[in-house]
Design a protein around this ligand. Structure first.
Ligand code: PMP
Length: 405
């Protein structure tokens, strides 16, 4: 049983108004709202446990350390990693990708070596690699897509060469909603002896993910997109790969012994966690993962699928509607334009009706070039959205469209 009114009651912000209208929050691809248990976890830990982790002999420090490490175990379980050594806390998806791009390029790539990305990547999975391209002379190759927004697997296969060192692709597009066939993408990469990073920023909140079943080499995501706090994210890496990569940043936590002659590094995952970690954030992230696990990722997936199918059908009834992203496998992200109405005008006017959507290029400018547009309006749904809210969106778009007639 999916108890939507109980779920909505868990998110205090959903009952606020904007411009005197009930808030219809459809910008979940950018960030999700937080359930009470996540916010309370933050205040509770600051009020009653706060102490720096790992180095303290005193009671509070040990309690904080236990909470932090228990959170790592919660993350491990959530994505079914083999060991907590494979769970690195970062600031988010962006930092996780930069960590891998930088340390992988440094240790595993030479000038002329290649990385394969896709045309639908978020800037964080393009620019992180471009920085390495500029530094090390590595080359980016790009998987194209068809007009429905599905990656072309035959073309992907053709991109592999003896110089291919890594593949880095998104699980779910933050613009098109396409759920990429990552199991196939991983299989093909491995058939060429190449490791693969999956950007899970837009999949983790919506689908069950099992990194062992997928056999992903790296899997990254942000806490704030899965009902957790901002400022914390995860890098999952197979232990064998994380062992091979050098440290990313230097500082406390990541060392074993330091002298001016020689420094040795800590074991996994601490080798990649320089400085005081966001131990308050890790506890709150674990609370968020417990929250969605209690509802059930399969239930969330099924509920959001129903919302998406309904929204696609209702939106298509609007004259002049153009939807970008009609993949067979589609998550709860819908990008669109209506007639000649500029995405910014549409977003601004919907906002006055209390409807929060995102407008612009969504940090995916190369994809906008591929689509031949500057930007879109994007509605993205979460576990707490309803068909009534979709009706309000459709009515709102209708009102805006009339103003432009
Ligand atoms: N990848 C994808 C697919 C995303 O949607 C986002 C966020 N929009 C990111 C990466 C970056 O996430 P963050 O800003 O949390 O690091």
């Amino acid at each position: 049983m999916y108890n939507i009114s109980k779920i909505r009651g868990d998110f205090p912000i959903l009952s606020r108004t904007v411009y005197g209208k009930p808030l219809v929050y459809l910008d979940n691809g950018a960030t999700t709202q937080k359930p009470r248990c996540v916010v309370e976890s933050i205040t509770d830990e600051y009020y009653s446990v706060n102490a720096n982790v790992h180095r303290g002999v005193h009671f509070l420090s040990q309690q904080a350390t236990n909470l932090h490490e228990a959170s790592r175990e919660t993350v491990r379980k959530f994505i079914n990693a083999r060991s907590t050594s494979e769970i690195v806390f970062t600031r988010g998806t962006t930092e996780s990708i930069n960590l891998v791009a930088s340390t992988f390029a440094d240790s595993q790539m030479q000038a002329g070596d290649e990385v394969i990305v896709s045309v639908m990547e978020h800037h964080s999975n393009i620019v992180s690699w471009q920085l390495q391209a500029a530094r090390k002379g590595i080359v980016l190759k790009v998987i194209p897509m068809n007009d429905r927004g599905e990656l072309l697997l035959d073309e992907y296969e053709k991109l592999f060469s003896p110089r291919t060192r890594i593949v880095s692709v998104t699980h779910v597009s933050n613009v098109l909603g396409t759920i990429n066939p990552v199991d196939r993408l991983i299989e093909i990469a491995h058939a060429h002896g190449v490791p693969i990073l999956i950007d899970g920023a837009q999949s983790i909140p919506h689908l069950p993910v099992d990194v062992q079943a997928l056999d992903a080499d790296f899997y990254v995501f942000s806490g704030h997109k899965v009902y957790g706090p901002t400022g914390i994210g995860v890098l999952y890496g197979k232990e064998s790969w994380l062992e091979k990569l050098p440290p990313y940043q230097g500082g406390g936590e990541m060392i074993k012994n330091v002298s001016f002659e020689k420094t040795t590094f800590n074991e996994l995952p601490f080798k990649f966690e320089a400085g005081t970690p966001d131990y308050i954030g890790s506890t709150a992230l674990a609370k968020a993962l417990d929250y969605v696990s209690a509802i059930g990722m399969k239930n969330i997936e099924a509920y959001e699928h129903e919302l998406t199918v309904y929204a696609m059908q209702r939106l298509k009834e609007i004259p002049g509607m153009r939807i970008f992203g009609e993949a067979e496998q589609k998550s709860s992200v819908i990008s669109f334009l209506v007639g000649d109405i500029h995405h910014f005008d549409m977003g601004t006017l919907l906002d006055r009706l209390g409807i929060a959507v995102r407008t612009g290029h969504h940090c995916a400018e190369p994809l906008m070039h591929r689509l031949g547009i500057e930007g879109t309006v994007r509605a993205s749904f979460a576990l707490y959205n309803t068909k009534e809210e979709i009706d309000q969106l459709v009515a709102g778009i209708g009102r805006v469209a009339k103003m432009f007639l």
